[in-house]
Design a protein around this ligand. Structure first.
Ligand code: SF4
Ligand code: SF4
Length: 452
């Protein structure tokens, strides 16, 4: 094991609050009578439905076909029949068409699903298996994994990193996975290494998870080229650029990607999902979700079928002790607040947090006191106070000049601000406006070129 010498600049130490579920083994969540499967669950293009009302459906059957390469198909998480295809609320805060399936309770598996072995497949076949299985980044970003594992020919990848830091407070699904299924994680890592043709890999785990470090080390002890790296516990240790900086000492350039510095970073959950699909042929139709927070009766780590409603998942934890004042999909730093529990678990849903009034306490914003603490904690070395101030005045050009687009939306600045300034929300507004403006300009340029 490598003890990592340095840390990234900035970062914070929020209360980690993982004790509620840290010792809870992964349990199966009751499979509901009805699942709501969104036709978009990833960054990139949405899917087109392959089914219609009344169709009989098998467990693991592909029901959504991607409309572009940067996308991932969706599969049924139950067997049964299609009740309807309708627009529904998603935990990402949008409404989108979903396939609603009535579960027949038999879990009849699609017969085209066949087990396999890593040695049986070429690199191209492995990429195709991952693409057809609908695997996306399981850490929450939900970027299609087959795209990440297909860098352009002018990029040379020499090292792979697996992210086992799980630095978001409350969440323990990756932690439990590392303890309970370390062999799957290593198997999935070997698939990734074969695809990218690399012989060197690091698995980064924060030093507050010694038993996870022990389990992963034991599972990888006979594998050459795989090293476990013990990282300082600090948020956002799990951010890609920070992991690369700490583990490889390489700096991803502004606007660049990990492949620009010869590496790819995947979550340990993604590696385990890859192992599952290569070994069993089953596509991604379930995931581990941490259900936690002071309002939950019995906090748990649950294996949940995609499309199960938050309400059904919470019921599986005995409901709540007191009505939560805030419900979050994901972690408290980067997650999304919910206005209803009738939203489905998606491929990127790492947690469901139910906060009491005390946990969700928010102060009224006051004037900035120019203390610069937001600058000190920003892991990207941005000036959140100025970007935010420009955004609030609608001055997006100035926000762009201050590199607003490099913000990784970690929320460290908002967390530390003694004046409770709305730093991250206003920076996110600026980013959206800049993206929209760039798109408009690109369309205008295209229009001009077409006229020539
Ligand atoms: S500006 Fe962005 S990257 Fe920097 S601390 Fe705030 S949210 Fe994180
Ligand atoms: S942390 Fe808050 S109060 Fe301090 S400089 Fe930044 S925005 Fe202003």
């Amino acid at each position: 094991m490598l003890n990592k010498r340095s840390s990234f600049t900035g970062g914070i130490h929020p209360p980690y609050s993982k004790g509620l579920t840290k010792a809870k083994q992964i349990e199966l969540c009751k499979v509901p009578e009805l699942v709501t499967i969104p036709l978009q669950q990833n960054i990139g293009a949405p899917c087109q439905s392959l089914v219609k009302k009344g169709d009989k459906i098998l467990l693991g059957q592909k029901i959504g076909q991607p409309r572009g390469y940067v996308s991932a198909p969706v599969h049924s998480s139950v067997s049964g029949s299609v009740k309807s295809i309708e627009t529904a609320d998603l935990p990402t805060g949008v409404r989108f068409p979903c396939v609603i399936i009535e579960n027949d309770g038999s879990d009849t598996l699609d017969p085209s699903i066949k087990p396999g072995k890593l040695e049986d497949f070429s690199r191209e076949e492995l990429i195709n298996i991952i693409m057809e299985s609908g695997i996306v980044g399981m850490g929450g970003a939900a970027f299609p994994t087959h795209v990440k594992l297909s860098p352009p020919s002018d990029k040379t990848i020499d090292t792979v990193i697996l992210n086992g830091s799980e630095c978001e407070p409350y969440l323990t699904s990756d932690y439990r996975l590392m303890i309970e299924k370390p062999d799957d994680i290593i198997y999935g890592l070997k698939v990734i290494m074969k695809i990218l043709d690399v012989s060197k890999a690091f698995i980064g785990i924060e030093d507050d998870k010694p038993d996870a470090i022990y389990a992963i080390e034991a599972a990888s002890k006979d594998e050459s080229g795989i090293n476990v790296v013990k990282l300082h516990t600090k948020y956002p240790q799990g951010a890609e650029k920070q992991m690369i900086q700490v583990i490889l000492g390489r700096q991803v350039p502004s606007g660049g990607l990990p492949m620009d510095v010869g590496t790819e970073v995947n979550n340990v959950g993604t590696a385990a999902a890859i192992a599952e699909t290569v070994k069993t042929g089953k596509p991604l139709y379930q995931r581990i979700v941490t259900v936690s927070g002071g309002a939950v009766r019995e906090p748990k780590n649950l294996m949940v079928r995609i499309g199960t409603s938050f309400k059904d998942v919470i019921d599986c934890c005995g409901g709540w002790i007191e009505e939560p004042v805030k419900v979050i999909a994901g972690g408290p730093m980067m997650g999304c607040a919910q206005h209803t529990l009738i939203v489905p678990v998606m491929k990127g849903t790492s947690g469901i947090l139910l906060f009491t009034e005390k946990e969700a306490y928010e102060r009224e914003p006051s004037n900035c006191i120019r203390c610069a603490r937001c600058v000190e904690v920003c892991p990207i070395r941005l000036a959140p106070l100025y970007i935010s101030a420009h955004s609030l005045k609608g001055n997006m050009e100035e926000a762009e000049k201050l590199n607003a687009m490099d913000c990784i939306e970690c929320g460290s600045c908002s967390y530390i601000c003694p004046a409770s300034r709305p730093l991250l929300p206003s920076i996110m507004v600026a980013k959206k406006a800049i993206i929209a403006d760039r798109k408009r300009q690109a369309e205008a340029d295209q229009h001009r070129q077409n006229k020539r």
